[in-house]
Write a protein of this length. Structure first.
Length: 319
């Protein structure tokens, strides 16, 4: 099922009806509720989608009461290292989102466990990248190595925080017959990293828990030289519950498929999951045109079974 991310504002029109119309015209089969959405927006989108024949089976959690947040406020982190009360507040938001969304047909919830503040800030690495200073022995390379070294040192405590939250979230998801898909970080400033995600998937292998495979974040990890090894990538692909089809430009993510620096070498080395039954959310800049959405949908769709078998046979053919 190919879904359109609801961050889109076709023709500058923010109405749910315009989004549903654009999604249907471009051949999408449903909508994927984007981060920072409110409960009221979900209700409006479900109603508009029903009228247009499009479901909303997946949503980013948590659903908010209002957006933007008040000045100086942020959402609590599920994997807060030092504050269990913050984790409990984040779990409560997740539970409220599940309670509100499941009756509306949402069964899959993407979850960001939280940011990690390091001594080296992402803006510094981004600046060094633009200056092409990430090569070995360059200042940017040393800064990036320091960020990952600090992140690895803090990983045991961060994993414990993840377990604290997931123990409670999994129970909520099981009772609602819902599935959790963890957002895997595209760098050391988020939780979980690919290695941490693999650890959590193994520990919670009986739970309704998987990951989001984000094409652009994989591309960024490759660009930084820290992409998951093939075996770990295959484990993440096998546990993927939703794929986000988008491109990266440099270290920036969130461009429609076909609009970024997609590298065939990355796709060949770390191929995205291609299960035809896997939900795929196409996401990109909010002001995408109908033609751009249509092209992105075509690029995101898994190849038909006949195409895969034909290509496989051609590869095996002698000569």
């Amino acid at each position: 099922m190919i879904l359109l991310g609801t961050e889109q504002r076709p023709g500058g029109d923010p109405s749910p009806e315009a989004l549903v119309r654009a999604a249907g015209d471009a051949g999408f089969e449903g909508l994927g509720l984007a981060p920072w959405s409110t409960r009221a927006q979900l209700l409006e989108l479900v109603a508009a989608g029903a009228a247009g024949g499009l479901a909303v089976p997946a949503a980013a959690s948590p659903l908010l009461e209002a957006f933007p947040l008040p000045p100086g406020k942020r959402l609590p982190f599920l994997a807060s290292e030092t504050d269990p009360e913050e984790r409990l507040a984040a779990v409560e938001l997740f539970g409220a989102s599940v309670k509100a969304a499941v009756p509306l047909g949402v069964s899959l919830f993407t979850v960001n466990l939280g940011d990690v503040v390091l001594g080296v800030l992402p803006a510094e690495v981004a600046r060094r990248f633009k200056r092409r200073e990430l090569d070995e022995d360059e200042p940017g390379a040393r800064a990036l190595a320091a960020a990952f070294a600090e992140r690895r040192a803090r990983s045991p405590r961060i994993l414990d925080a993840c377990r604290f939250a997931l123990d409670r979230m999994v129970a909520l998801a099981e009772r609602a017959n819902a599935t959790i898909a963890l957002e895997v970080s595209g760098g050391p400033w988020g939780t979980p990293t690919p290695r941490e995600a693999a650890t959590l998937l193994d520990e919670y292998r009986e739970a309704p828990l998987g990951v989001v495979w984000d094409d652009a974040r994989i591309q960024v990890l490759w660009t930084l030289g820290v992409a998951p090894v093939r075996e770990r990538a295959e484990a993440l692909a096998a546990a993927t519950r939703l794929r986000r089809a988008n491109d990266a430009v440099g270290l920036d993510v969130g461009f429609l498929p076909g609009q970024g620096d997609a590298d065939a070498e990355v796709t060949a080395a770390l191929p995205p999951p291609r299960d035809a039954d896997l939900p795929v959310v196409v996401s990109g800049r909010f002001d995408s045109t109908p033609d751009e959405l249509r092209r992105a949908r075509e690029l995101a769709a898994p190849p038909p079974p006949d195409d895969r078998s034909t290509k496989s046979e051609q590869k095996r053919a002698p000569g």
